[in-house]
Design a protein. Structure first.
Lengths: 134, 134, 134
């Protein structure tokens, strides 16, 4: 079973999609299997991170923004704005696809794990995420 | 087939789990398929690295420790210790899930590839790794 | 279905393999499923990046070359040349496996996404990539 989700982000940052993915798994009625999440963009990515304390996600974002700066003199690809090339680099350093086992009909996430779509562009976008359950 | 492994790490570093994963594949008696390894934590991650010379793994760790420093003034998430926020960042930069094809009943790893659980916390932990074979 | 591709790279950089992977998917005649791509090396990796403007890929490479320098005094693993240890680190920061859903018999890549084998060694190599379709 494959389902496409449209996720509207509100700007740069981690946007939780655990519930949306879990819903696809529930609908598939798969007791035991594998759920694969795939983002169809190169300026947004996927990440599994701590879902408890939001300060961990904020620090992660600050740290990555400092590592992958806007306006770096090394960039030649600039036509789509100062946040475009950093977005591609951040995507390269994180994940385009995630695979999560399904056990007893549920995503086998750890207690503190959430699935996030990471918007790397400054502005919000409509992002396409494809979920495969097999 | 899904099986949960409990891996006891002895502190920060790469802990090889190739044999444990291969054993699940062997038990499943799958001739051709896909093995997915998933770690249920956000302060440990998975990586496929050179299994020959341990100096490559040590250098990798030293390099990442220098990139993702403890005590960075950017961190606000500090209650769980100085090694907690770096652990989340290191996890974000490496993998939470790995997928390895199975060919002729065996993991299709390259000659020099081993599967490692990367403990990012200073102290050893009991880590849950879920292995799916399909 | 599992198929091994041999990809000859011509030196450091991103080498597109979208067509080769798509051909395996077409041959498998899978209408709906999952395609997993796995590289059997620890000094080359996989990445999904923008396939339109080559400047994005060049900038990505320049940026990563600056982050992961040759000749870093931290390296002890040097026997295989100055580009060896950086290759392992770059592989660790990018992907060894990628999973892409198959929808209507085709890879569900976004409009601007291409699949690339990233050669991290200076010289070209014959690289083994295993493609699983299920």
């Amino acid at each position: 079973m494959v389902e496409r989700l449209t996720i509207r982000t509100s700007g740069q940052g981690l946007h939780e999609i655990t519930d949306e993915v879990a819903e696809v798994v529930a609908k598939s009625a798969t007791a035991s299997g594998l759920c694969t999440v795939f983002v169809q963009h190169t300026s947004a990515s996927l990440i599994i991170q701590e879902n408890a304390d939001p300060s961990a996600r904020r620090d992660l974002e600050s740290w990555l923004n400092r590592l992958v700066k806007e306006g770096d003199a090394i960039y030649t690809h600039k036509e789509e704005g100062p946040d475009d090339m950093p977005s591609h680099i951040k995507s390269a350093l994180t994940a385009t696809s995630l695979a999560i086992p399904i056990v007893n009909g549920r995503l086998a996430l750890g207690r503190w794990q959430g699935i996030y779509l990471w918007e790397h562009r400054r502005r919000g976008h409509e992002r396409s995420v494809v979920v495969h359950v097999g």
